[in-house]
Design a protein around this ligand. Sequence first.
Ligand code: ZN
Length: 84
Amino acid sequence: MRVNPKGMSKANKDTPVRTCVVCRNQFGKSELQRFVWERKTETITLDETQTMPGRGAYCCSEEACRERFLTQKQWWKRAFRLLK
Ligand SMILES: [Zn+2]
């Protein structure tokens, strides 16, 4: 992971960066999909507007990442810190 010691580069100053929970690569927020943990139903919901309350996790647009994230609950546990 490359980190600029002075912070984010000027070009990306206004772009929030988030990490894909599966591949751990960083992307601009708009390139990722946000998912929110629904405690009541113990499922995840796609947060299309990225404004839902609750603990969110981001997944990038890679087919492999998305499939792993959506089909393997172990990722949810990691992403939403459900492990006790
Ligand atoms: Zn990814």
